[in-house]
Design a protein around this ligand. Structure first.
Ligand SMILES: *[C@@H]1O[C@H](CO)[C@@H](O)[C@H](O)[C@H]1NC(C)=O
Length: 249
């Protein structure tokens, strides 16, 4: 079975099951102040993804969330409402990893350079990236947040979160043909109903206050585990890219 990318087309065929974070709960408003909602224009139409602020002028997300035009909303809880905490920014450059492979869904990471800078505050602030070389242990509890679906006919539009545990690589090696523990993280206990989600592509896996993973793909039926991009593997590229596009002076 092909892997299911966890991005969400905004124009759903009638009766399509868009799903959302499964077994999760509504997040306390603004308790994930790094969360970004991305609206993406591409050849197939409009879609939505999650992302997360890593610096005032950069959002990290999945490469498969790429599009010809992307707008970012920060500081949101209910995305159907014009909340005072929300900041809307356009994307200046969408920088996919140069080795992104859409067929095998490898190197699924992208940096978005914002047009302008986010204003830091209680509802908007960047998340820390992991330190180099510290390996995540299986069993570690992490949080994933997302708006799941933002379809035009959907009313429940608040940020939701779920706690998921890191799995040993072998739990994904058998299930996903191209899975690599070097560049990816296997997340979500197959024995628990709590789990994966659609429409949350690009959102962060946060463990111990650092963003360790990026939601990449899962199985068609939504059963855990799911595959996340392992951010620590990409730190040299992330640092190089952000440095390269830092405005001078
Ligand atoms: C982004 O915002 C601009 C300005 O409001 C708008 O013209 C454009 O259509 C938006 N693009 C997407 C993908 O939402």
């Amino acid at each position: 079975m092909p892997p299911l990318l966890l991005l969400l087309a905004l124009i759903l065929p009638p009766g399509a099951d868009a799903g959302e974070i499964i077994g999760g709960r509504e997040a306390r408003p603004h308790s994930h102040p790094y969360m970004a909602l991305l609206l993406i224009q591409h050849a197939g139409g409009l879609s939505a993804c999650g992302g997360f602020l890593v610096r005032e002028d950069f959002v990290m997300t999945a490469a498969h969330c790429w599009g010809s035009s992307i707008n970012v909303t920060l500081g949101a809880h209910n995305i159907q409402r014009p909340e005072r905490t929300q900041q809307h920014l356009a994307v200046r450059r969408a920088l996919r990893h140069p080795d992104y492979d859409p067929q095998g869904v490898r190197n699924d990471i992208m940096l978005l350079q914002l047009r302008g800078r986010a204003l830091r505050g209680a509802a908007v602030s960047p998340v820390a990236l992991p330190g180099p070389g510290r390996r995540l242990r299986p069993g570690t509890a992490c949080t994933v947040a997302g708006w799941g679906q933002v379809g035009p006919n959907r009313r429940s539009s608040v940020l939701r979160e779920v706690t998921l545990s890191v799995q040993p690589d072998r739990a994904c090696q058998g299930r996903f043909r191209t899975y690599s523990g070097r560049t990816q993280i296997c997340v979500g206990d197959p024995g628990q109903g709590k789990n994966a989600f659609r429409g949350d592509s690009g959102g962060p896996l946060v463990c111990d206050s650092a963003a360790q993973g990026i939601v990449s793909y899962g199985r068609q039926n939504g059963a855990p585990p799911a595959v996340f991009t392992r951010i620590s593997h990409y730190l040299p590229w992330v640092k190089r890219t952000m440095r390269r596009f830092t405005p001078q002076g």
